[in-house]
Design a binder for this molecule. Structure first.
Ligand SMILES: NC(=O)c1ccc[n+]([C@@H]2O[C@H](COP(=O)([O-])OP(=O)(O)OC[C@H]3O[C@@H](n4cnc5c(N)ncnc54)[C@H](OP(=O)(O)O)[C@@H]3O)[C@@H](O)[C@H]2O)c1
Length: 312
């Protein structure tokens, strides 16, 4: 299946098209029953992932999100925009600047743009009432969601849960047995999503279900809420090895992982990933054909050989 080229199909500009979230959005747009023209944004259309998007029928365009003119150019004429920013590559200040560039460009194009799908997470400093002020990679996105709303944009925040893919780098082998070590209680719930596979299902659901209104609309893209103890247990069961959860002392974890991630886990424990919001209503936007993946099946289908062979 390929993207539509019909001029009657809505045009959606997808930032982060070569990445995890944007890639998932494009896959699900293409497999939707509804036609979409897709403009895929990357800094380098000539790389393999850019060429693959071209083969999928996307109009692949070069843009640097730091450059306001680039952002305006690639948004021009769109009916829908998908926006995601990358904290880990650029840091907080640049992430905010990138988000502002998108918001400004969407605002200047409201004559054609009917929906701005934005990938935000909670403003932890604010929602925790100042208890956790170091979770920068959440705060930035939460502030940008608020800005998009106060600017009056037709925004829908499709908020990605914690990626299941993160665990590919978290499981470790120690003395012949396997351990998942995090600075939270075993009973702490995690909100999980196989993001590359399923994030786009929530985005398409937000666009097509008729259940989400632009403005304050929000979809919590979370396939499963599961205790961290069960994350370790199921991983061991599927791989037929012993795997236990270890509650790492906060100081010990912070010395390795830094303040941002340490406070993020404390936030999960005290407030929950989404600050206590119920994820169930968001499942209703999914099309009946969308079977999002649970943790156990993600473990079954993923390649853990590096961890299992002790080289991970
Ligand atoms: N890990 C988690 O559990 C989790 C959960 C929720 C949210 N998040 C957030 O997800 C975000 C990352 O999204 P992702 O996983 O989809 O990222 P990703 O797979 O690393 O892909 C990043 C995408 O952003 C594009 N990009 C980056 N800088 C750009 C620039 N200056 N100009 C134009 N395009 C640029 C890249 O395009 P090119 O390289 O092709 O130009 C690429 O398509 C992070 O901010 C993270 O905080 C993560």
């Amino acid at each position: 299946m390929v993207a539509s080229t019909s001029s009657s199909a809505p045009l959606i500009t997808v930032f982060g098209s070569t990445g995890t979230q944007g890639g998932s959005v494009i896959d699900h747009l293409i497999s939707s029953d509804k036609p979409y023209r897709i403009r895929a944004v990357t800094r380098d259309p000539s790389k393999a992932s850019g060429k693959k998007l071209q083969e999928m029928g996307c109009e692949v365009v070069k843009a640097e999100i730091s450059n306001k003119d680039d952002v305006k150019r690639v948004i021009n004429g769109s009916n829908i925009v998908f926006g995601v920013t990358n904290f880990w590559e650029h840091g907080a200040e640049t992430e905010i600047a990138h988000g502002k560039n998108m918001i400004e460009a969407v605002k200047a194009n409201l004559s054609t743009i009917k929906t701005f799908v934005w990938s935000g997470v909670e403003n932890v400093s604010k929602v925790s009432g100042g208890k956790y002020t170091k979770v920068e990679h959440f705060d930035t996105k939460g502030k940008l969601t608020e800005l998009a709303r106060t600017e009056g944009l037709p925004v829908i925040n499709v908020s990605a849960a914690m990626y299941m893919e993160n665990f590919l780098g978290m499981m470790a082998q120690e003395d012949g047995s396997f351990v998942l070590a995090l600075p939270i209680k075993p009973s702490c719930s995690l909100h999980l999503l196989h993001t590359r596979r399923d994030y786009g299902a929530y985005v398409v659901g937000a666009l097509e279900s008729g259940k989400v209104k632009e403005g304050k609309g929000e979809v919590l893209a979370c396939a499963e809420v599961i205790t961290v103890e069960d994350v370790a247990k199921q991983w061991g069961e599927v791989n037929n090895v012993n795997c236990s959860f270890y509650q790492a002392p906060v100081e010990q974890f912070q010395a390795q992982a830094g303040e941002d991630l340490t406070q993020m886990f404390q936030w999960f424990q005290d407030f929950g990933y989404y600050g206590g919001k119920d994820v169930k209503p968001s499942q209703e936007v999914l099309s009946p054909n969308a079977k999002v993946q649970k943790w156990r099946d993600f473990v079954k289908e993923s390649d853990w050989s590096e961890v299992l062979n002790g080289s991970g």
